[in-house]
Structures are given as C-alpha cells and as structure tokens.
Design a protein around this ligand. Structure first.
Ligand code: NAG
Ligand code: NAG
Ligand code: NAG
Ligand code: NAG
Ligand code: NAG
Length: 344
C-alpha cells in the first residue's frame, strides 16, 4: 500500500510541472524518491518485525501446555512438567514428572534402596543432598535446593535428564527434616512431593550396623579405605568379622530415642502423600518394589543393585556380648528385636 502511494505522488509531480526549471525539479524529485524509499524501507521493516514476533508468540503458545494424560483430578497436583534451565527435555518434554523424597534414618538400607530405584530408566534419585550442612542451614536454602532438584537442574551421576519420570533425593531425619518439618511439609503439599518413608523394623540390627560402620571409619578394614556399602561378598565378610560390644546401659534409651523419632516423623508428615516401607519387607517380599513403582507411577520393571548386604548371619553371632544384650531386652517392649526376622 505504501509503495502505491509513493509512486502515485511521484508520477503526478512529474506530470503536473513539466517545464519549470528542470534541474531544480529533478533535484526535488530525487529527494522525494529518496525520502519515499526510506519510508518504504522503514514500513517494511516494521511489518517484518511485527510478523516475526507474531510467529514467535505462536510457537510459544504451541509449546506451552503439555496435554496431561487423562487422570483422576486428585492426581493432578503430583504431575509436573519442569522446564530445566540446563538442558531441554526434548522428546520427553510432555511426559509428566513426579517428585519424591526418601525419608529415612542412617543404616536402614536407604543406600541400597536408592541404587534399586536408580536402576530404573525413568527414576533419578540424587542421593543424600542434605548431608552437606550449608544446604540445610535454613528454610530458604532448603527450598532453593529442593527447587533445583525438582526442576531437574541438579546434576549428579543419577540424573537421567530428559526422560526422567520421577525425581527425588534421599533425606535423613536428622538432616534438618525434623527441625524444619513445618516448612518442609508445606513445601511438599504445595509442590506435590510424595514421601517414601523407609525404616527398619529391627532397630537392634540397625544399631549393630551403625557401630560397625563407625568402627570402620577408623579401622578401615578394607585395605585402608572406609566403606559404608560394599559390592562383593568377600568385602562384606571382612566387614562383618568385626563384632561390636553394645553398652547395655544405653541400649534401651537409644532404641527408644530412635523409635520415638520415627513415630514423630510419621506424625509430622501425615498430611503428605506417602508410602511407608520397611527394609525387612523389601528383602523378604519382591512385590514391595512393585508397590514403589506404582506409587511413583513409573512403568514396572525389575530393579537391581550391585550392593551386597554386610551382616547376613544370625543376630547373636554379630554382637560380642550377646548374652548381656539378651538379658537387657528380655521382658521389655523391644524383646522382639532378639528374634530372627529374616534369613538370606
Ligand atoms: C540462610 O543460610 C545461608 C547460608 O548459610 C545464608 O547465606 C542466608 O543469609 C541465610 N538466610 C536466612 C534468611 O537466614
Ligand atoms: C522412560 O524412559 C524412556 C527412555 O528414555 C522413554 O522412552 C519413556 O517415554 C520414559 N517413560 C516415561 C513414563 O517417562
Ligand atoms: C586388598 O588388596 C589385596 C592385595 O593387594 C587385593 O588382592 C584385594 O582384592 C584388596 N581387597 C579389597 C577389598 O580391595
Ligand atoms: C555405657 O555408657 C555410659 C553412659 O555413657 C557410661 O557411663 C558407661 O561407662 C558405658 N559402659 C561401658 C561398658 O562402656
Ligand atoms: C508382599 O507384599 C504385597 C504387597 O505389598 C502383599 O499384598 C503380600 O501379602 C506380601 N506377601 C507376603 C508373603 O508377605
């Protein structure tokens, strides 16, 4: 339209004033044509840029909403479509991602459990992120760290990146979780994070594992390196040779303290979507791992771990002063811990 207007006025100029000082007229025409040219250019440019931004807008609109698969409305808050800053989710951008946290206590099989989860192609569990103190210094550092993990921007060896369908971490109760429980429960409920509690039924076995592990921190039984988890039966046998002596005065108070902490954590987090698991049950019953995968809504697979259990034999053979331990626990609330609960 602008072109037509310019040519029309140029033509009429030439036609109307054919013989008045031709040189001046030519100059006028030339200047007019130049101005006209600049005008056309600017109009064209403006139109072009408007056009391209319109196109960009259209692309964004097409990209934005991932059509959520048809699910029950109660499921919606737990489905997420993160847009990581560090990479593109490419072909899996529209696969929903679930957020989880494994809440546990030390020496309860959570390391082993996590390797099992990470053997699933669509699960990324990023380890004990909050073992680093600064990350749990206060609620804001905790929230910032969680945001990073759940946006898939936390890069560890466990990150699967674009096709991750469940992302999480392992979090011990004594790593700020109990201390900041109110803010964390609120975060879980507003962001749709599911909690997987993993505990040990037999807290006496757990105590033995703790003592043996802390002994090895100094003794370093495996060729001078301390290992909390092992990958061969040979290494497991070496570590299991050490038999701790339990302090019978502290035995019951210690067991009670852990027991109470576990109960309290379940109470604190009772409003979150959660699954409660026991290490002993996972060992005994393979369908427990299917329950976990159903809970995380990932396709069922056989999960495996290269980790080897350290303490395999009977309980009585794992403690130096078994007789005293038996005497102390007989007739108490914790007597059941003395019984064999599983055989491998
Ligand atoms: C939280 O802790 C971090 C790191 O220790 C610190 O830089 C920040 O100022 C703290 N924020 C608040 C609100 O206390
Ligand atoms: C799981 O990962 C595979 C391979 O990366 C991918 O093709 C598949 O869509 C993913 N499944 C889910 C449920 O995200
Ligand atoms: C310790 O060292 C010996 C000899 O160097 C080797 O045969 C053995 O495999 C090592 N054991 C472990 C647990 O690394
Ligand atoms: C057991 O622990 C108590 C309290 O810490 C201590 O007084 C006692 O000496 C310990 N007993 C043994 C046998 O180490
Ligand atoms: C194994 O676990 C499943 C589901 O959690 C349960 O239904 C089943 O009864 C358990 N089997 C045994 C033998 O405990």
């Amino acid at each position: 339209m602008a072109d037509g207007l310019c040519f029309l006025s140029k033509d009429s100029l030439i036609i109307k004033n054919p013989k008045r000082n031709p040189l001046v007229m030519r100059m006028v025409v030339l200047i007019f044509v130049m101005v006209c040219g600049v005008y056309i250019c600017s109009v064209c440019l403006r139109q072009y840029s408007a056009h391209s931004s319109e196109r960009l807008l259209k692309v964004q609109v097409v990209e934005r909403p991932c059509e959520a698969p048809i699910v029950e409305p109660s499921e919606k808050p737990y489905m997420h479509f993160p847009k990581p800053k560090t990479f593109s989710r490419s072909e899996c951008a529209c696969n929903p991602v679930r957020y989880f946290a494994i809440l546990s206590t030390q020496r309860s099989g959570s390391g082993w459990f996590e390797t099992l989860l990470n053997s699933h192609i669509n699960i990324s569990s990023n380890g004990e992120i909050f073992s680093v103190k600064v990350r749990r210094s206060n609620v804001s550092t905790i929230v910032k760290t969680l945001d990073n993990i759940y946006n898939l921007d936390w890069l560890t060896s466990a990150s699967k990146n674009e096709c991750t369908a469940a992302v999480g971490l392992k979090w011990m109760l004594n790593q700020g979780l109990m201390q900041h429980h109110e803010a964390i429960v609120k975060y879980f409920n507003t962001k749709g994070v599911s909690a997987i509690f993993l505990f040990r039924r037999n807290l006496l076995r757990r105590m033995i594992s703790i003592l043996a592990n802390s002994y090895d921190q100094n003794a370093k039984l495996l060729n001078g390196t301390h290992k909390s988890h092992v990958h061969s039966t040979h290494e497991a046998e070496i570590l299991a040779r050490y038999k701790p002596t339990l302090n019978t005065t502290l035995l019951i108070p210690n067991l009670r303290q852990v027991d109470e902490m576990v109960m309290k954590s379940l109470e604190y987090f009772k409003s979150t979507r959660r699954l409660i698991l026991y290490y002993e049950d996972i060992i005994k019953n393979e369908t427990k791992l299917m329950d976990v995968q159903d809970f995380l809504k990932v396709p069922r697979r056989n999960l495996n771990s290269r980790q080897v259990k350290i303490h395999r034999g009977s309980l009585s053979s794992q403690v130096e002063n078994w007789g005293d331990v038996e005497k102390t626990l007989k007739g108490t609330h914790y007597e059941s811990y003395l019984q064999e609960d599983y055989k491998i």
